[in-house]
Ligand binder design. Sequence first.
Ligand SMILES: [Zn+2]
Length: 301
Amino acid sequence: MTDIQADAPIPFAGDQLDYAEHLRDPEQLQALIKKTSARAILLYKGQIGIGDGGRPHRVHPSDLIGHDLMAPGPVFLGLEGERPIFAFSITKPEAFMPEENFVSLRGIGGNLRPSDLALAGRAKSLFAWHFSDKHCVACGSTTAAQEGGVKQVCTSCGAESFPRVHPVAIMLVTDGDRVLMGRGVGWPEGAMSALAGFVSPGESIEEAAQREVMEEAGIKTKNPRYVFSQPWPFPAQLMMGLILEAMNTDITVDPKELEDARWFTREEVLAVFEKRGDAFMRLPRQTIAHQLLRYWLAETA
Ligand SMILES: [Zn+2]
């Protein structure tokens, strides 16, 4: 029998770091980065450098001296116990390890330790923010990173900005012992997942979930129930998982959003999880859709 409890922590959560807001002034950051115990993980184009043992490769921050770095330079992720953990985004991976050792968190996510995956995801999202938000939203001037890379301040007007997190509703819609899943445009044949969509200004997460299900599949729902959430660093979504009950069952797919949507029985889902059925393609363990299905299977056992 497959273990069908959702993972705890949910993949990409549970980083075990103290974000140490009280240590993020320039003097203390300088002291932290020089500590013998300090370590840095390396990113290259949003991919994480993996070292021996299949864990993120760690170097001392001083090993980065003289290397070209992407803005904003060192990012202080936090304290792991007493150990300061930094992240650097480098431009020449071969100076540290073969380029192929830098891998996508989408690909390797399910194989990393939960705390390593969460730490790498935090670093990836922070660097993506520094890469995309180089200008002040108030006046358009350039911004400068502060507090170890968790804040930007405009060099002209002084406006502050903080790392963005984008809320997304992702939902399992149930009809008795059946669950609704859809295949997005361009996905491989057989790939199916929970429906999802960005929360709009003025909406609660429950309203966003109900609107998206109606728009994408023509299903009216009731009793939206928040289950758990997941940071998703591609680049910085917060996936908020809900379970809703269908009030009608005839699916009307919006072809701009989905190529297909179908009801799957609990037995079909369980068979996929137990690798004895192929009603749809098995979802990667690190996705919240996979975790929501596991949660639902456990809840309905
Ligand atoms: Zn400004």
